[in-house]
Design a protein around this ligand. Sequence first.
Ligand code: NAI
Length: 336
Amino acid sequence: MAGPELRFDNKVVVVTGAGGGLGKAYALFFASRGASVVVNDLGGSFKGEGASTKAADVVVDEIRAAGGKAVANYDSVEHGDKIIDTAVQAFGTVHVLINNAGILRDISFKNMKDADWDLIMKVHVEGSYKACFLRRCCCNAGWLLQCSKAAWPHFRKQKYGRIINTSSAAGLFGSFGQCNYSAAKLGLVGFSETLAKEGAKYNILCNAIAPVAASRMTQTVMPEEVLANLKPDWIVPVVAYLVHESNQTENGGIFEVGAGHVAKLRWERSKGALYKPDSTMTPGAILKKWDQVKDFSSASHPDGPADFMGLLEQAMALGSNDQGSAISFKDKVVLV
Ligand code: NAI
């Protein structure tokens, strides 16, 4: 059942890393559904070496040949503000940002060089941040001004924005030889969850996906017959729904997508154990109730720190029985 056709007429969509793989599939789709698309790609290798304008140009040519609207941008996402500048110059604003560009620098932790760690962080984490928001200084008649670049100010002003950040199973669960990539990809989950909270009142929704798809990134690690069933096209509809205006509620989610399987992930907290926070809370006391700490039979699914504060209050109350009054975290802002 195909369902209603979700269109993107009059929407400006920026897709980073759109010269190949998943990004190309997104760009072709959004253009075919009426969007004006910025096709960003640095055009380097999957390890982040080199650069070429060809990757983005080929996709833009394909979109235009089919009657669609697209412009190319060849900047690295490390300069994400320039990508958004391209959207604003060509189409006046930006409505949807798909942070998709990515590279791999797989190597065991023992052998990792700083450069392997730094480049992964720059492309995945900083790249996503800088396309969303970058405040840079510029000089105007001798005065230093702060100019807001990138997508977030446009989203806020027009009270409309949709962001997808691209995480990975490697980030959610860990993956041998990918500690740099895992750290970056889980970082993007926290980034999404926070943008979702900060953007909600401006109708800016932000979700993260953990895709599995055939691309040059996965072609060496999966057998051909498996790859044949993992088309990037099977990731596109989920992303398209999440960034469509008909999605008014799905915000801050994490979705596992691949080969026609779509599922939402969430955090789970065991009921846990309560200890009196005094000198009786020894490592031995922890050991005694460790089975309770890790018992998920009465688990809950937190989506914010508020209920955690309730649990802290319960623990504090145990400790304060001797001293009289319990301490309440209600209405307190707690920064950790
Ligand atoms: P891909 O290698 O086919 O596509 C990535 C694109 O990003 C390339 O066209 C590349 O030139 C571009 N790119 C790389 N660095 C860039 C930079 N600094 N600035 C601008 N563009 C840059 O790989 P694929 O599979 O399509 O990956 C897309 C995203 O999905 C990545 O973030 C990847 O980490 C993520 N992902 C992919 C999975 C898969 O199964 N294919 C699994 C989990 C996550």
